[in-house]
Design a protein around this ligand. Structure first.
Ligand code: NAI
Ligand code: MG
Length: 387
């Protein structure tokens, strides 16, 4: 049986670090059912300098090509669903303003493939010196709901009704028009179904860890309707699971104080489950505890498909310099393989990464070193091959 991995480097440093993840998968020689992989991972989604999409297997994504081609992502979804067992996504730059018709391909991919669980392990590697000064070791997993939360955004020009009414006397006297103001609204969607299924994944992960502790992150003191539903739905999971999770301890923490406590005492957390936006923020924040966003992997998991993805973005400040840390992507490949049941190849990759980080001799600049992406990648590949 072959394992076909769709590779979608997208843009920015995604194009520099996804090749490292691909090398790691090839280096561990994934064996499926005792047979060596015979089809090399396919290479898709590379944005060509000329913006040309040579075949349906190459599906460019991101704003760079959107303006030229108004590319639909349908071909990419189809290829992933029909031809691949899993995928690795790099990073994509998003315009900070609304661009008509454009939506982020990573957000669309998560929705289209129903990759509802974003699993982000954050842990310190002893001896790296990569941790932020004065922080205590962290070993936790952020489980982020991946398909809902702030979903629809409306903008419009409107007259402030309240202001018009309040100042009506003044208005009549001065005969000035009410000020035209901009207003933006976002709709927040939280469903019982999505909260329960992410809750179940979080309970499974907590159960498999030594401490068996799950902390539900929410803000239901203020957002009592939406976050209240999230909290209740996650809390209801054990009762619906025939005692399977009776050994898991459940705690709760409001999202703002969770961030505070994460920095002061990261050891109090084991598995944290959160709605989409909080999960995104918490996992970036947690990255500071272990030295860099460049080492934090993730998978986007659904019932039928899994996609590895470094937590970081396209890092325009360092893109093209050859100094991006490839560890997050390489670890994402390992996490994805582990999720698919290939524990031994995943262990090999993780060991090679940790053995590279721990001596703190060969580190990229984000971790205080001077090594390049290529040097770190080659070192890790060498250690994989030695095992
Ligand atoms: P970012 O994660 O790209 O960068 C934040 C900081 O971390 C930067 O200083 C960057 O140099 C550093 N950094 C990140 N990854 C690194 C690595 N592998 N090695 C060394 N240093 C690393 O976040 P930022 O700057 O907020 O966003 C940049 C762009 O990325 C935006 O357009 C944003 O929309 C997009 N983005 C895309 C994501 C995705 O594709 N899933 C996720 C997050 C952001
Ligand atoms: Mg983020």
């Amino acid at each position: 049986k072959s394992l076909t991995v769709g590779l979608i480097p997208a843009d920015g440093i995604g194009r520099e670090v996804i090749p490292s993840a691909k090398d790691a998968i090839i280096a561990v020689k994934v064996r499926a059912a005792g047979t060596q992989i015979h089809r090399p991972p396919c290479w898709m989604g590379n944005i060509h300098a000329d913006g040309i999409c040579p075949s349906p297997r190459y599906c460019p994504v991101g704003p760079t090509v959107f303006h030229k081609f108004r590319v639909f992502h349908a071909a990419l979804y189809r290829t992933l669903k029909e031809e691949c067992d899993c995928a690795l996504f790099g990073s994509v730059s998003s315009p900070s303003r609304k661009v008509a018709g454009y939506s982020s391909p990573i957000v669309a991919l998560r929705k289209e493939l129903d990759l509802y669980a974003n699993i982000r392990p954050v842990f310190s590697v002893a001896g790296t010196g990569a941790e932020a000064p004065r922080t205590r070791p962290a070993d936790l997993i952020v489980v982020r709901e991946n398909t809902e939360c702030l979903v629809r955004i409306h903008t419009r020009h409107c007259f402030s009704v309240q202001q018009t009414r309040l100042y009506s006397t003044l208005k009549r006297r001065t005969s000035s028009k009410p000020k035209k103001e901009k207003e933006a609204r976002a709709t927040r969607l939280i469903t019982e179904r999505a909260s329960s299924r992410i809750g179940k994944i979080a309970f499974e992960l907590a159960k498999a860890r030594p401490r068996k502790l799950l902390t539900i992150i929410h803000k239901s003191n203020v957002l009592s309707v939406t976050d209240g539903l999230f909290r209740e739905s996650v809390r209801a999971v054990p009762a619906l699971s025939n005692g399977k999770f009776d050994d898991v301890t459940i705690e709760e923490q409001l999202v703002d104080s969770a961030v505070y406590r994460l920095f002061r005492e990261p050891e109090i957390f084991d598995v944290m489950v959160a709605p989409n936006l909080y999960g995104d923020i918490i996992s970036d924040a947690a990255a500071a505890l272990v030295g860099s966003l460049g080492v934090i992997p993730s998978i986007n998991a659904g019932d039928d498909f899994v996609m590895g993805e470094p937590v970081h973005g396209s890092a325009p400040d360092i893109a093209g310099k050859g100094i991006a840390n490839p560890v997050a992507s390489i670890r994402s490949a390992a996490l994805m393989l582990r999720h698919l049941g290939y524990a031994s190849p995943a262990d090999k990759i993780d060991k090679a990464v940790n053995d590279t980080l721990a001596p703190a001799k060969l580190l990229t600049p984000d971790l205080g070193g001077t090594a390049s992406t290529t040097e770190v990648t080659e070192h890790i590949m060498g250690l994989i091959k030695e095992q």
